[in-house]
Design a protein around this ligand. Sequence first.
Ligand code: GCU
Length: 591
Amino acid sequence: MKNWFGFILIYNLFFSGNLWSQTSMINIPGRHTISLNGEWKVIIDQNDVGISDWTAIWKDKVPKSTADFVEYSFENGPVLKVPGDFNSQLPELNLYESTVWYKKSFDYHKSDKRLFIHFGAVNYMCDVVLNGEKIGHHEGGFTPFQFEITGKVKEGTNAVLVRANSQRLKNGVPALGFDWFNYGGITRDVNLVETPAVFIEDYFIQLQKGSNNQIQGWVKIDGANKAQQVRVQIPEAKIDYKVSANETGFANIQLPAKLALWSPEQPKLYNVIISSGADTISESIGFRNIEVKGTDILVNGKPVFLKGVNFHEEAPQRRARAYSEADAFQMLTWAKELGCNFVRMAHYPHNENEVRLADKMGLMIWEEIPVYQGIAFSDTAMQAKMNWMVKEMVQRDKNRCAVIIWSMSNETSPGKDRDANIAKMADLTRALDPTRLVSSAFNQIKFEGSTATINDTLSKALDVIAVNEYLGWYRPWPSTPGTMTWVSDFNKPLIMSEFGAEALYGNHGLADSASAWREEYQEQVYKDQVAMFKTIPFLKGTCPWILVDFRSPVRMHPVYQNGYNRKGLLNENGKKKKAWFVMKNFYDEMN
Ligand code: GCU
C-alpha cells in the first residue's frame, strides 16, 4: 500500500476515539454475538424531554416512596420490534419524527472476555444508557456503531436504554429536505459482541489495485498487547500466510494469490479465515479488480457497461424500512430480472444483508452517503460529519467486492465550498480504500440547443461522472432525443445515474400528457431515453430512477401519488409498468 504511513495516520485519527467516541468492528455475523433483537419496551417522547435530568427517562426511575411519582415508565407501555422502524409499527407513529425511548433487559454472565454493544443503524440521533449510565451518542441514520461495555455490564440482569430521534435537521446529513420517507428508530440489528482481550478489530483483504494475482491489505489488532502474530488462510486457494502486527496493531498483508476472480457473471467467493492469538474470524470474500481507463470502466481488465437500477431501502408491501435478508432478496431478484449487473443503493448505505447478498448474486454496487441536495457546505462541522459517514460506510463494506463505487453526494448545488468539501471526502475515501472508484451524482448540465455539456467542476475529483437527468419529465426534450449531442469537458466514463418519469400502475391512455400519470407516457420517456443513450460514446452505465414506487412525504397528488413517488418501473406490489419492458429490452440487447 503506497501511502501506508499516511493511511495509518488517517486510520488512527478516526479510530482512536479521541475525535469520535466509538468505532465499529466489522463482520459482526462472523463473531461471537448475543442478539438483542426482538421486543423492546418503549416510551414515546414527542417533546424529546427524556434526555434531560428533569424527566429522568434516561434514569428509568421508579417511585421510591408514597410521595414519589413518575410520569414516564417503560412498564405496561407499548412494545416495538427491533430491528424495524417505529413508524410502521404503531398507527400513532405513522408520520412521527421525534424521539422514542427503547428499553431492553438482558442477563449476562461475566467472563474474561470483552463486551461491546453494536448497532447496525439507528435513525437519526442516538443516545445509549446502560444500567443508568450514559455510554455514548451517535449521529447518522445508516451506518453501524458500537460502545465497549466490558467494565460497565453487570453480572446478572442489565438494562440498556436507547434514545432514537428521527427529527430532520438543517445541519443533518441528510438535511431537512429529502424525497424519501423518514423512517426512524432502531432500524437494524442490535447485538452484544464478545471478544477475547486482544482481538481482530478490523481488516481489509482485497486484490491490489491493478493486479489480478496480488492480495494487498492489512489486519488491525486491538487490545493491550497488539503486536501479535496474524494468520490469513484461504484454504481453497492454498493460502496460509503469517505476519506479525506492529506495536499499533497493524499487520500489513501482501501476498501472491492464484484466484478465480469475482465477476457479475461468476460471483466467486472464498472462505477467508483470519486468526490471531485467541481470536479467529472468517467470512466469504470475493476478489476482483475495478478501474477506469479513459472513458471505460474495467472489471478484471475488461470494459463493462453498468446495467443498473436505483432503489431505496424500503420493503414496499410492509411500507417499512427494509432490513432483512428476505427484503434484500426481493429487491435484488427484481434487479436481476430487469437484466441488471449493477445497483445504486440510494441515497444512503443500505443494510449489510443487502450488500452481502449482492456479493453472492453478482450485482455490482454504487454505495453512497446521504449528502443530499441542500447541504450547508460552508458549515465546517458538516465536513466532520460527512467525513465520519464516509469512514463508517467504507469501513463496513470495504471487503465486499460487489461494491465498486463509493459516492460522496447527490445533486448538491455547484460552488467552491461544495467542490472543496467533496474533493476532501474523495481524498479521504481513496486513503481508506485505494482499490475502488469514487463518484458523486449531480444534475447541473449546460443545455444549448440540442447539445448537453457536462461541465460541473465537481467532476475533477471523481473517477466516474454521474448525471441525474430527467429529460422528458422535469425538463422538456431540447430536440428529438436521438439527435441530441452530449459533450463532456472531462475524459472520464459517464453513468446516467438517474432518469425516468412517473406513472400510476394500471393507468392507461395516450402518451401525450405528463399530468395524467399514464404508463404510456412513462414508457415513451424511456423509449426516448434509450434512443439518446445510443448516441453517447462515453456513456458506460445507466440507472433508471427507480426500481419500485416508494413512499415520500413530498409526493402528495391525491389521485396519482398519495404519498408515493411513482417513478418506479414496478409499483409497490411488484407489478410491472410498461416502461419496465423498455429498460429490460435495452439491457437484454446488450447480452
Ligand atoms: C432526484 C433525486 C431523487 C428523487 C428524484 C425524483 O434526482 O436524486 O432522490 O427521488 O430526483 O425527483 O423523483
